[in-house]
Design a protein around this ligand. Structure first.
Ligand SMILES: N[C@@H](CCC(=O)N[C@@H](CS)C(=O)NCC(=O)O)C(=O)O
Length: 231
């Protein structure tokens, strides 16, 4: 069976957008898998989670490369029937989630003191006291440095949340009142969208990004419906 390496749940949820995207895709594809919970992304072939170990012992890292690998080896195409325009729009939307909104989300959890109050203890609270503060501070500093290197970490809180609002507004406009993002059935972009929107809206971490997202009723209704169906 496919072994899926991902972080252990926090608040009873999969709090990594990329691994939730992959889990949702596996459920949509009806592929059985077994979760191996690990805390250190450094154990993976590319130093990030998720990665998988396939039945033949092959390791594949990166949610999109894993989806491509499983689609090819299992003969599954969740996007069959999408026309070139639908595929182009889905790819552009995926890049918006993964290469922009993701980093606003990371900042909103790891750097914004409002969310860190609850997110930090939820992540590191099980470690014994002296280690807890040290590990939390070390990893938080790494995340800050990564965000600075990526670029978005250089902006002010207000600038970042304004960017997050623009992203969510565009996503809400693209969804409109349709049941799914690209077709009348779930496709890969819905797994992507659910990974990111469930993490923004349904994880019990309070911050400005969540409050902004709560202002888009179609995104809230869509995410809750996906959650009932695929969580
Ligand atoms: N492009 C990768 C991104 C994966 C990713 O950024 N994973 C995060 C967790 S959501 C991670 O492992 N971060 C740890 C780190 O950067 O050290 C994918 O699609 O799988």
């Amino acid at each position: 069976m496919i072994k899926l390496y991902q972080f252990p749940p926090v608040f009873g949820r999969n709090v990594s957008p990329f691994t939730l995207k992959l889990e949702t895709w596996l459920r949509l594809a009806e592929l059985p898998y077994e979760v191996v919970a690990i805390r250190n992304p450094g154990q993976g072939p590319k130093g990030k989670l998720p990665f998988i170990e396939d039945d033949d012992g092959t390791f594949v890292a990166d949610s999109s490369l894993i989806i491509a690998h499983l689609s090819r080896t299992r003969g599954i195409d969740l996007d069959a029937g999408l026309d070139p325009l639908q595929r182009a729009q889905a790819l552009a939307l995926q890049r918006l989630f993964e290469d922009h909104l993701y980093f606003v989300g990371v900042w909103s959890r790891w750097v914004d003191p409002e969310a860190w109050q609850s997110f930090g203890p939820a992540l590191f609270g099980t470690l014994p006291p002296p280690l807890r503060q040290l590990v939390a501070a070390f990893i938080r500093r790494k995340v800050r440095n990564d965000l600075h290197a990526q670029g978005l970490g250089r902006h002010s809180r207000d600038e970042l949340y304004a960017m997050g609002r623009s992203d969510l507004e565009a996503i809400a406009t693209l969804l409109g009142d349709r049941p799914f993002f690209a077709a009348d059935r779930p496709t890969t972009i819905d797994a992507v969208a659910y990974g990111f929107l469930a993490n923004t809206l349904l994880v019990p971490i309070e911050n400005e990004l969540k409050r902004i997202a709560l202002g888009f009723p179609n995104l809230v209704a869509w995410t809750e419906a996906m959650d009932r169906r695929f969580a």
